[in-house]
Design a protein around this ligand. Sequence first.
Ligand code: NAD
Length: 348
Amino acid sequence: MSPLEAIAALGHEEILFRQDSSSGYRAIIALHSTALGPATGGTRLWPYSSTSDALVDALRLSRGMTYKNAIAGLALGGGKAVILAPPEPFDREQLFLAHGRAVQSLGGRFITAEDVGTTPADFMVAARETEWVAGFDGRGGDPSPWTARGVMAGLVAATEHRWGNPALEGRVVALQGCGNVGDALARQLSEAGAALVVTDRDAARAERLADEIGATVVAPEAIYDVEADIFSPCALGSILDDSTIARLRVDVIAGAANNQLAEDRHAEALSARDIVYAPDFVINAGGVISGSVALLNETQDDMVRRVDGIHDTTREVLDHAARERITTLRAAERRAEMALAHARKDDR
Ligand code: NAD
C-alpha cells in the first residue's frame, strides 16, 4: 500500500511534513481526527531507519490517539508527531524550538506532550514558541504516574474479567520495560501482592527495580517465555506478533505500550489462544487524561475520577467482546467509533 493509500484507508484528516535545515529538525505531524476536539497526542523522537517507517508510525499512533481520547470520554481528537532523530550530536534545544514553531503553525489544531524519546523538559523549550504543548509543571505535569495508575486499573479489571476476582495476591506478572511507566506500575503491582518477573534492555535499570521490590530479572528476549498469569508490555510497540504470541504462557495481557499488536489480526491470534488482551489504547489513557486538567479546564477530581474510570471502561469492553464473540480490539474500536459518530451527528 502506498503512503497516500494508507492515509486514505486509516481516514486521516491531514499530514504535515516539516523540516528546518539549521537545526536538523525533520518531523511528521499526523492529524487523524478533530471530530471530538483538537488532535492531541505525544511527540516521539526516534532514529527511524526511513521516512516511510516514520510515516507509518505517525499514522498508526495518531489513529490510536483518536480511539484512546474518544474511549476516555475526552473532548479531544487524535494526532501524533514523530521527529526523525538527527545524527548525533545535535542541538536539542534548537530541535524543540523548531518543533514548537511547527506545532504553532497548526494554530491549536494539534496539542502535544512527551512520548518515547522526549521529556517534559523538551516541551518547556517548545513552549517558548507555542502555547499548544502540555505535560510539564504548570501544564498538566508528568503524565507517566497517571498512565501507570490507569494501566493498573485496567489490569485489575482484566484480572477480574478472567478469574472473577480482582485480587492480585499470588498472581505472577511478567513486565517488559522498567521505564517511567513500567517502574511505577511494577511498584503498584508488588504492593498489591503480585510476584514480578521484569526485564529491560537496560539491564541495570531492571536490576535496580528488582532489588527494591524483590522481583526476578530475565533477559529481554526471555520475557515471552515466562510462565505467568499476566504479561504487561511497557516498552515499545509491535511486540505481539506471530512468533511471540505462539511463545506466551500467560492468560492476560495488560500493559502501557502503544500499538502492542504488530497488526490488527494479532487480536484474533490472541483470542484463538484464549488470552484476554486489554487493548492498549483503553488502559494507557491515564497520561492524556492527566493533561486534560490543563487542556479542558477540568478539576483535579474530575481527572482522577476519569483515570480510575479506566477500570469500568475496560470491564465493559472485555465483557462486550465476550458477549458478542468479537475480539477485545474490535469491541474497543466499536466503542470509540460510536463516540465519534455521536460527535459528528451533534455537529450537524
Ligand atoms: P520509557 O522510555 O521511560 O521506558 C521504556 C523502557 O523500555 C526503557 O527502560 C527501555 O530501556 C525499555 N525497553 C525498550 N525496548 C525494550 C525491549 N525490547 N525489551 C525490554 N525493555 C525495553 O517509556 P515510558 O514513558 O515508560 O513508556 C512506555 C510505553 O508506554 C511506551 O510504549 C509509551 O508509548 C507508552 N505510553 C507511555 C505513556 C506515558 O505517560 N509515559 C502514556 C501512554 C503510553
